[in-house]
Design a protein around this ligand. Sequence first.
Ligand code: HEM
Length: 124
Amino acid sequence: MSQTLLNIFYQSHTGSWAITILLFVISYFLLKAGKNKASKIVHMILRLFYVIMIVSGIGTLIGYSFTPVYVVKGIIALVLIYAMEMILVRTKKGTLGQQAMTYWILFAITLIVVVLIGFGVITF
Ligand code: HEM
């Protein structure tokens, strides 16, 4: 992969991850505040950011020749996206119930691990 293309993927990834998490938080609190329509719009934008994160993540992964630690990071990031999606959809449907804690813990742990691997704090 050319250095320019890798740079485009990497920069999009670096520039989008915090926005992704922020959009999730905003969508959740809008939902909690009963502003369902606003939350739905933010949720749609959040889903667009999932795609940006996955495409730019895989692009970077290819550029890095599938370094094992980043393959693991990518898989954990997919679990993080799953947790965010479950929290939002189930909160909206009112079916989060007893599993609320499980999903929030899953969200917190995967987020911390993904960011720590991303910034090279966790390596193997
Ligand atoms: C919401 C999901 C994700 C979040 C929050 C996230 C977060 C991050 C963060 C914080 C970094 C470090 C950025 C920096 O150095 O400035 C990073 C880098 C990276 N991510 Fe992700 N990521 C996500 C999804 C993915 C996916 C799905 C993949 C691959 C399939 C992936 C692969 C990578 C790779 C290869 C790097 C480069 C590592 C480096 O050079 O430090 N990420 N990610």
